[in-house]
Design a protein around this ligand. Structure first.
Ligand code: AQP
Length: 336
């Protein structure tokens, strides 16, 4: 296999307010990659409309995700930041991949099953072919590395399958074998109301999540209100057993303080949640406060944000266009 440029691609959907889950599980981990790789971070608005989005809210959320990335430490001078719909190569390559991927592969995707719920017949076709678009996002830049959370691993496997099938169907060595970048302390942040489901932008309960748009008071209140139990904390994680909410709060504490979850558990051995939550609220406010404030400041400067997104789209387009052109030639599209 030939040498491909070391390039990272990742994205976040503007399907609601950015959450602590998006921050700890994704964006925070991207910051360090900017010095090692060529990095492309995308606000994936085409993905967002796989479920219904109010147009004005979508526009606002698109800017908000960009502001959240920048406020968290993604540097527009080091990384390409743009929104997906501005670069048509994503949609064009996704169509080709719709024709490469097999129904059987998509039928196995667990995220579709989770998101479509019981009423599969009423889910959009876009939601079903979401993984093909994700493969196009990555491969339209021939990205070599993708930082993924545990929930996205299956989609990345599919990207690898699509790349391989394309290469073998057309007898080329065109798309790289994409590698996942998995972070040691990759955190899966769970809902503050139910420790068995993930914290999500689209959860109907506001108290289930911390948004990066929440002010210091609200962050603190949501932590205080988080569901817990009446038992004191044990010395080790394994002794927590199936206390999912307790585990989640300890993991959040560990991720925010960049410490090992076992060490956090040991620190609070024998203590109750009132004290633990007070400290977690203070910690959350001290880490997230500056980010939420910078985000609010950026949201007041739409000209700046739109400028970043449009410059990012230009740069992304410069990378994507020649790759798409080669794909079109390989596939046999006549372009006189
Ligand atoms: N709770 C989470 N814990 C850890 N990582 C998370 N991510 C999302 N939620 C958590 C990671 O954030 C990145 C961007 O996610 P996305 O916006 O593309 O879609 P998602 O995973 O579907 O996020 P949400 O918040 O749950 O959105 P909705 O409610 O619209 O579906 C991904 O890398 C993801 O792993």
């Amino acid at each position: 296999m030939k040498d491909f440029k070391q390039r990272v691609f990742s994205g976040v959907q503007p399907s609601g307010d950015l959450t602590l889950g998006n921050y700890l599980g994704a964006i925070k981990n991207w910051i360090g990659l900017q010095d090692t790789y060529e990095t492309i971070f995308c606000v994936v608005d085409l993905h967002a409309i796989t479920t219904w989005q109010e147009p004005d809210i979508l526009r606002n959320a698109t800017r908000e995700v960009a502001a959240g990335m920048i406020a968290s430490g993604i540097d527009p001078k080091k990384s390409i930041i743009f929104n997906q719909s501005q670069v048509s190569a994503h949609a064009e390559l996704a169509w080709i991949f719709n024709c490469v991927a097999r129904m059987g592969w998509l039928n196995r995707m667990t995220q579709f099953k989770e998101k479509a719920g019981k009423n599969k017949e009423r889910a959009s076709v876009g939601l079903y072919v979401y993984p093909d678009l994700m493969a196009a996002d990555i491969l339209t830049y021939r990205a070599t590395h993708v930082p993924v959370g545990a929930d996205q691993k299956q989609h990345l496997e599919l990207t690898r399958d699509i790349a391989q099938k394309f290469n073998s169907d057309y007898g080329v060595d065109f798309f790289p074998e994409v590698e996942p970048l998995i972070f040691g302390a990759a955190t899966r942040v769970m809902s503050l109301r139910d420790g068995n489901i993930k914290m999500s932008k689209s959860d109907p309960s506001e108290n289930s999540r911390i948004n990066l748009t929440d002010n210091r008071d609200l962050i603190s209140k949501k932590i205080q209100k988080a569901r817990t139990d009446s038992e004191p904390l044990p010395a080790t994680l394994s002794e927590l057993g199936d206390r999912a909410e307790a585990k989640n709060l300890i993991n959040i504490f560990a991720a925010l303080s960049e410490r090992d979850a076992e060490a956090v558990c040991l620190d609070y051995e024998g203590r109750g949640f009132a004290e633990f939550k007070r400290d977690l609220a203070d910690l959350s406010v001290s880490v997230l406060g500056p980010i939420t404030e910078e985000m609010a400041r950026l949201m007041n400067d739409k000209t700046y944000l739109d400028g970043i997104l449009s410059e990012g789209a230009n740069n992304a387009n410069k990378l994507a266009s020649p790759i798409l052109k080669q794909v079109q030639e390989i596939v046999g599209f006549l372009r006189p």
